[in-house]
Design a protein around this ligand. Structure first.
Ligand code: UDP
Length: 157
């Protein structure tokens, strides 16, 4: 694996889908040079929601979080690229859109902590990206290909 083969899990949350922001999220990540290698438009059920947000099971906001994430369709995605997990987190902005910098996805489109548009694996939680990918995708649902602009994104291509 070369250094730009890191994969991360990203999700346009139900609020993003309802507000027509799915395309905007895809566009931003695409234009950055990240490569879409998996996508699934789906509705998350209770069990998957509880697994995905398991680390928050004892938090006061857990029930609301599960209710929200199961409330409508989401677009689950896998994006690949150099330092992909951390770079997507930077593009997302702070968890609370009220604190997210303008220019970030949450900072440009959100105002409410409970409806913050996008999920991306936590780069500070070792292996979270691969665990979340595995939870949502079978390996054969992920695609390997080269984007034609890769030599113009990575100098060493
Ligand atoms: N959340 C919430 N209330 C809180 C903290 C978090 O509703 O006090 C929601 C918020 O939508 C967030 C999700 O729970 O995106 C998961 O929280 P986490 O700390 O993992 O933030 P993230 O990784 O999404 O930035």
């Amino acid at each position: 694996m070369s250094h730009h083969d890191e994969r991360t899990f990203v999700m346009a949350k139900p609020d993003a889908v309802q507000r027509g922001l799915t395309g905007e999220i895809v566009t931003r990540l695409e234009e950055r040079g990240l490569k879409l290698v998996g996508a699934k438009f789906m509705q998350i059920d209770q069990k998957l929601a509880e697994q995905h947000y398991g680390e928050h099971a004892d938090k006061p906001f857990f029930d609301e979080l599960v209710e929200f994430i199961t409330s409508g369709p989401v677009m689950a995605m896998v994006w690949q690229g150099a330092d992909a997990t951390r770079q997507v987190r930077q593009m997302m902005g702070a968890t609370d859109p009220a604190d997210a910098a303008p220019g970030t996805i949450r900072g440009d489109y959100g105002l409410d902590l409970g409806q913050n548009i996008i999920h991306g694996s936590d780069h500070e939680d070792e292996g979270a990206n691969e665990r979340e990918i595995e939870l949502f995708f079978d390996e054969d649902e992920l695609v390997e290909y080269e984007r034609s602009d890769e030599p113009w994104v990575y100098e060493d291509e």
